[in-house]
Design a protein around this ligand. Structure first.
Ligand SMILES: *[C@@H]1O[C@H](CO)[C@@H](O)[C@H](O)[C@H]1NC(C)=O
Ligand SMILES: *[C@@H]1O[C@H](CO)[C@@H](O)[C@H](O)[C@H]1NC(C)=O
Ligand SMILES: *[C@@H]1O[C@H](CO)[C@@H](O)[C@H](O)[C@H]1NC(C)=O
Ligand SMILES: *[C@@H]1O[C@H](CO)[C@@H](O)[C@H](O)[C@H]1NC(C)=O
Ligand SMILES: *[C@@H]1O[C@H](CO)[C@@H](O)[C@H](O)[C@H]1NC(C)=O
Length: 480
């Protein structure tokens, strides 16, 4: 009942057939004759980007970014002459102007809420939930932005491509959030629009998980299948529609929870450098760029069931100081297991759980749950800890945390540098009880932003992902 991925009768469709569908699909030239060139910038990520617009002149914010991105933008730039030629008509310009005017108004209102810490205008609009307190970087700005998103934001999902590689994904296991998002987007009526001219962003609905599952041969191990599928897709939509060329991909987004999500974007330069990439594997050492890309949580829906996952004991009944159970994956975990496995009754660290000890039950009775990166930066333990109302202890490097432009992660988690692993117990014991209680209370408060609902509910994980995309889009500007 609480499972919700649609079943596709053609899930068994084999790779080649499916690819053929995509490749055969239209390469006919679109007859729209005018398209406009634009510059865009993405200044500091999140609120800073929006709030800076007023105080920094746009020329100094423009292309503020480091080398790589600048190079690409110049590389993709057309000459003035060509630009003049390209501006054949003005039909779509007028529509684009309307879209941009809406965004400009939203930026101004969010800036006002952020600068004055002014929540007054949004108070009476919201009966459900009012974001407040230290959980948020700026609760007023978030609230205003969220309400504006609900009112304005429109997403166009390209219809090209067939399931199971497109418009579909599995809603189980560690990469479930990819399938959950694709499925919810298919049936969404609130944000999805069928009119691309009124859209703010354009979604490329491929599933990296499904491409790997159906096209990647475990023995041949030809990673180029990912390249071919994604490049073909971008080629098709950029020939058929004017939107990709108009923004060089900057108002387009892809989403993947797979470890190879970033890799899927390597092969199309504009997708890699310009588009909004919504990724679980948000590793800045692999050029995850928080100014334009968004991090979303890895949530392991083991059976696809989405109810009954939250809850834990009250703080006074939490008898275990800290808990971790997991394999020796990646670079950070060996230090954790080496220092703590079997060493201390308060810091319970296991590579394999002994018989009779339940993973989820232990989380529910622990004060702190240790969440180290494994093979990749993201860990499903973060959401599991939040579900169990256990304060997460984050051990990671180069990881941009989910929704970190909105959430003040320092207010409800402990972040321990890798070098401090030997001091873990001292660090945790040194945290005063009242501070712990405040953090634990905020973990309960933040839960609503991590739960999966079908249909989605306001402020849940689906809406938080949409909000991250909305924020990134606000930071992209077409010049007037
Ligand atoms: C397009 O441009 C023409 C000539 O410059 C102008 O008369 C017309 O109103 C414009 N149309 C729109 C929709 O902006
Ligand atoms: C707060 O925002 C509202 C609506 O935008 C505005 O009318 C009001 O004057 C603002 N208050 C302050 C103190 O800035
Ligand atoms: C977009 O640009 C590509 C490459 O420059 C071109 O082949 C394609 O026809 C353009 N698309 C449209 C819709 O004009
Ligand atoms: C918490 O512990 C108290 C006493 O130690 C006990 O009475 C109570 O039932 C426990 N609560 C839960 C939810 O286990
Ligand atoms: C992040 O990326 C860097 C560079 O590719 C890599 O060395 C590192 O292992 C990655 N981090 C994790 C936890 O996978």
């Amino acid at each position: 009942m609480a499972y919700f991925c649609r079943k596709h009768s053609n899930v068994f469709v084999i790779a080649i057939a499916s690819l053929a569908v995509v490749s055969v699909a239209v390469l006919t030239k679109n007859s729209i004759n005018g398209f406009s060139w634009f510059h865009f910038f993405s200044s500091q990520w999140g609120w800073t980007g929006i709030t800076n617009l007023g105080t920094t002149s746009s020329s100094s914010v423009f292309m503020i970014d480091q080398g790589k991105r600048k190079t690409l933008m110049n590389g993709g730039k057309v000459s003035k002459e060509k630009y003049a030629l390209m501006r054949g008509g003005n039909r779509s310009d007028a529509k684009l102007e309307r879209v941009e005017a809406g965004l400009a108004m939203a930026r101004a209102l969010i800036r006002e809420a952020a600068e004055d810490n002014n929540c007054t205008s949004s108070l009476h609009d919201d009966l459900d939930y009012i974001p407040r307190g230290f959980l948020y970087r700026n609760a007023c700005a978030f609230h205003r932005s969220y309400l504006l998103m609900e009112k304005l934001f429109k997403i166009f999902v390209y219809e090209e491509g067939e399931p199971p590689l497109f418009h579909y994904g599995t809603c189980k296991d560690i990469y479930s959030m990819e399938g959950v998002f694709l499925s919810l987007m298919e049936t969404n009526t609130k944000f999805r629009t069928s009119n691309p001219d009124e859209a703010h962003v354009y979604f490329l609905p491929f599933s990296v998980v499904m491409i790997i599952e159906h096209l990647f041969h475990p023995i041949i191990r030809d990673k180029a299948v990912l390249e071919r599928t994604v490049s073909d897709y971008v080629r098709i939509i950029s020939h058929k529609y004017l939107y990709w060329n108009r923004s060089l991909g900057a108002d387009h987004f892809m989403l993947s929870c797979h470890d190879w999500g970033p890799r899927a974007t390597w092969y199309v330069r504009q997708l890699y450098y310009n588009s909004i990439r919504v990724l679980c594997n948000a590793n800045t050492s692999e050029y995850f760029n928080p100014k334009k890309d968004a991090s979303f949580p890895e949530i392991n829906l083991k059976t696809g069931e989405i109810t009954g996952l939250t809850g834990g004991l009250p703080p006074s009944n939490r008898t275990v100081l800290a808990f971790f159970a997991g394999k020796m994956h990646g670079k950070l975990r060996p230090a954790l297991l080496h220092h703590w496995m079997g060493k201390d009754k308060d810091v319970q660290v296991y590579e394999t759980l002994p018989q009779g000890i339940s993973y989820h039950e232990t989380m529910k009775k622990s004060k702190y749950c240790i969440c180290p990166s494994g093979h990749e930066v993201a860990s499903p333990r973060i959401a599991e800890a939040i579900y169990a109302e256990c304060v997460p202890v984050l051990i990671s490097q180069h990881y941009i945390l989910p929704f970190s432009d909105v959430l003040n992660w320092d207010s409800f988690t402990i972040q321990v540098p890798v070098t401090e692993i030997p001091n873990l117990k001292n660090i945790l014991e040194g945290i005063p009880e009242d501070q712990y209680l405040r953090m634990q209370e905020r973990v309960k408060q933040v839960q609503r932003h991590f739960v999966v609902n079908n249909p989605p509910r306001r402020y849940d994980v689906f809406h938080m992902i949409i909000h991250s995309i909305w924020l990134r889009r606000l930071n992209v500007r077409f010049p007037g």
